[in-house]
Design a protein around this ligand. Structure first.
Ligand SMILES: Cc1cc2nc3c(=O)[nH]c(=O)nc-3n(C[C@H](O)[C@H](O)[C@H](O)COP(=O)(O)OP(=O)(O)OC[C@H]3O[C@@H](n4cnc5c(N)ncnc54)[C@H](O)[C@@H]3O)c2cc1C
Length: 419
């Protein structure tokens, strides 16, 4: 096919696809309720309305505003402010999404209703659940009490703990030790802890050069972009970052400010312990968890739960497909699979599997970044999404260009998901 013919062909395929999405037959009363206005839920609500304005979409979010985990590590290092990572989800109303500020407390899949803590029950034709993660606090003895006392923080959901941890780092004496404890994978954002260690080390290098970052990793080795992170640490932060693999935190002692490992206790001035995680409480209460008491398995062609029909689960709550990270990039893509499938299902069409792309940037200093990306496609034989061989990869080296792309990536993702 000549290039001109190909362009005409692909243009008409796109036009046909768009026309198919617009020529809807949805009964006017079909309602989709979306719980969770983060990367997964907000994107799903917006795209369902964009692809079929006849569907009534209600987005339930308990927090007053959206605070982004991506870029939140820069706030800890004093390289960005909370204002940079805080967004409103009200702009979704211009797509016709009805935003309800409330907490979903129970789901009745038989009656097809969601109970809200203040506004009573709301009925749905299809339900989307994208509530993120909650923590297995019981796996780190003493953590929850230490956290409630404000002594030990995770800051693994951006918000008040991000501000509090920044304050602890600012107040730490020069010569102090910042201990960052990483849980066994899978957890939210595989490269996130290593980015955090890097940018906090950058802050120490400028502001408190005698201080140290001690990474206690439950995993045997740096589990994402390992060679790039380790090279940055040895070249940029010699004597500042110390990394120890196979070091799982089993407890926290807030009086002596120490993290208990299986064989020893490690003291620090600031303890930042990230506990193991599972699908968020709402998924757990609603029978959506299918695997290891932690994650929700889904049909990757539609994101529909394998446990409860009519409910689509997105984002970090899902049992990740092979080689798929728990990332904002993925949650945003899960939402597009679900939105397309829901529009198709409500219009009596067979949903078609989508190919999706993950891109995760990490800062290794105030000015340099690194990247990992991958492409995932439906494999009918394996019945899941698999990483496309030969696609994606990591940056050749850290660079200023990658740090600039990281900011552009974040702004683009915020805009695509939330405005
Ligand atoms: C430090 C850090 C850095 C990160 N950096 C990156 C990065 O650079 N790139 C990247 O791709 N990913 C990154 N991530 C990961 C990313 O933040 C998550 O993967 C992403 O937020 C998952 O989206 P989600 O929709 O599943 O959950 P969330 O974005 O957490 O959204 C869940 C929403 O549901 C709401 N909710 C929960 N339960 C209820 C309920 N019962 N009723 C009403 N509302 C409810 C919550 O308030 C929340 O707003 C990072 C994470 C961390 C911790």
């Amino acid at each position: 096919m000549k290039r001109r013919d190909f362009l005409r062909f692909s243009g008409s395929v796109a036009a046909l696809a768009a026309a198919a999405r617009c020529a809807t037959t949805t009964p006017s009363k079909a309602r989709v309720v979306v719980v969770g206005g983060g990367f997964g839920g907000a994107t799903a609500a917006k795209y369902i309305r964009m692809w079929d304005p006849k569907i009534d979409v209600v987005l339930v979010e308990r927090d007053p505003s959206f605070i982004s985990c991506p870029i939140s590590n820069l706030v800890l290092a004093g390289l960005a402010g909370m204002g940079d990572i805080t967004r409103s989800i009200d702009s979704l109303e211009r797509y016709g999404v009805r935003v309800v500020r409330d907490e979903a407390v129970a789901i009745d899949p038989g009656k097809k209703t969601v109970r809200l803590s203040r506004a009573g029950e709301i009925g749905y034709e299809r339900l989307v659940v994208s509530p993120g993660i909650d923590f297995l606090f019981g796996e780190v003895q003493g953590f929850e009490q230490a956290m409630q006392a404000g002594r030990v923080l995770h800051a693994w959901k951006a918000g008040p703990q991000t501000t509090a941890l920044r304050r602890q780092l600012e107040e730490m004496r020069d010569g102090g030790v910042y201990v960052l404890s990483v849980p066994l994978a899978p957890y939210r954002c595989p490269p996130g802890p290593y980015e955090r260690a890097s940018v906090v080390a950058d802050y120490f290098k400028q502001a408190k050069p005698r201080s140290k970052v001690l990474v206690l990793d439950a995993n045997p080795d740096v589990s994402s972009k390992g060679p790039l992170f380790k090279r940055a640490w040895s070249e940029l932060y010699p004597g500042i970052i110390e990394y120890r693999g196979n070091s799982r935190a089993v407890g926290v002692e807030r009086n002596s400010m120490s993290v208990r490992l299986e064989l020893e206790d490690v003291k620090g001035d600031v303890l930042n312990v990230v506990p193991p995680q599972r699908a968020a409480d709402l998924a757990a209460k609603s029978g959506l968890i299918t695997t290891n008491n932690r994650w929700c398995d889904v049909d990757w062609r539609t994101m529909e739960s394998k446990a409860v029909k009519g409910i689509h689960v997105l984002g970090d709550s899902t049992l990740s497909a092979p080689a798929m990270p728990k990332s904002a990039s993925m949650a945003n893509n899960h939402a597009k699979i679900a939105a397309g499938a829901i529009v198709d299902l409500l219009n009596g069409r067979e949903p078609q599997p989508l190919k999706i792309i993950n891109t995760c940037y990490s800062f290794v200093s105030r000015s340099e970044g690194i990247r990992v990306s991958s492409v995932h496609e439906w494999d009918p034989g394996q019945g899941t999404l698999v990483a496309v061989k030969g696609s994606g990869g990591v940056s050749a080296a850290r660079s200023e260009a990658e740090a600039n792309y990281a900011w552009s990536w974040a702004r683009t993702l915020w805009a695509d998901s939330l405005s």
